[in-house]
Ligand binder design. Structure first.
Ligand SMILES: [Mn+2]
Length: 313
């Protein structure tokens, strides 16, 4: 049996796909195609059609629900593109939504184990542990996130650098499914990405230091000119911030990302995923959310200003 595997275009999506691949191999099944999908891109915009047309069985991880999927695991509460789907959705051993999970990767490991007798090897358990740090922003400090010393953080940097336009990076998924993070981080491709990303982080911090706009405990930075995004740069520079709003631009469209300070969660009471879904049709988690597909800078700035007001209260 073959599965087309759709996953969120980030480390958590790939790690989930890797575990699923390991699971399939062990029971004599395989993968047809891998698809990395992101909010606002073509595949995501035509989600209903794209998935319905798939010739193989479908598996989806860390991304929008679709009733046609044989396996669907996600931890985003904002996963339903249609209210109808939300209404008919039933938790089964094949369709699992657990918003309390820090990473979809951990969810895939736990539930394949529980419901399908999957036996994760040590490197798979290590992968799931690190994805909780990366996807759940459980870094010890902003410094840890910025120094990228640990293998998992270097692999994350590689993915960030090489996944634009939805390249699945099948070789990397395969490595994740077969070997340790340490040995993958030793791959030439990952090592040279780490060197490059460290340089970009350095320059990105200089940019943020200069351009970050601070409104008491809320900061805004406009990275739409394609400056490298140091995600936790604002918290590294100004540890007392509660929220950071970032404006980005991909393929001519604006995106806004908003995040609570991972090291001050008790000061971040708003549910950001809920807030941006209700007000702007965006989505995400309690502490990290986004709005994609904004057509103009003016519209993006209007949303930014509203968010500065709301988050500053
Ligand atoms: Mn995730």
């Amino acid at each position: 049996m073959k599965y087309d595997v759709y996953f969120h275009n980030d480390f958590d999506g790939r790690a989930s796909a890797a575990i699923f691949w390991d699971f399939l191999r062990k029971r004599g099944d395989g993968v047809g195609q891998f698809y990395a999908v992101d909010h606002g891109d073509k595949l995501a915009l035509n989600w209903e059609k794209v998935i319905s047309k798939s010739k193989n069985k479908v598996a989806i991880f860390d991304f929008y629900y679709h009733p046609r999927a044989t396996f669907w695991f996600d931890h985003h509460r904002t996963t339903f593109k249609k209210t109808k789907w939300q209404k008919v959705f039933k938790q089964t051993k094949f369709h699992i939504l657990k918003p309390e999970y820090l990473s979809c990767c951990r969810l895939v490991m736990d539930y394949l184990r529980k419901n399908f007798g999957y036996k994760p090897s040590e490197h798979v358990r290590e992968l799931a542990k690190w994805l909780e740090v990366v996807d759940g922003a459980r870094y010890k400090s902003p410094k840890q996130a910025i120094e990228i010393k640990e293998p998992a953080l270097q692999i994350d940097a590689y993915i960030d650098e090489n996944s634009s336009g939805g390249k699945p990076l099948e070789w990397l998924i395969e490595s994740l499914s077969r070997k340790s993070l340490r040995s993958l981080a030793n791959d030439k491709r990952v090592r040279s990405a780490t060197v490059l990303v460290r340089k970009k982080i350095k320059a990105g911090l200089v940019f943020q230091k200069k351009h970050l706009q601070i409104y008491d405990r809320v900061a805004f930075v406009d990275l739409s000119s394609n400056v490298y995004r140091v995600r936790f740069g604002p918290h590294y520079l100004y540890p007392k911030l509660n929220y950071v709003i970032t404006m980005l631009k991909t393929e001519g469209m604006f995106r806004i990302s908003v995040g609570g300070n991972p090291w001050r969660r008790s000061s971040c009471n708003l549910d950001l995923g809920d807030l941006v879904r209700k007000k702007y049709g965006g989505g995400g988690h309690k502490y990290a959310a986004g709005i994609a597909g904004i057509k103009s800078r003016g519209e993006a700035l209007r949303i930014v200003n509203e968010l500065i007001q709301i988050l500053g209260k």
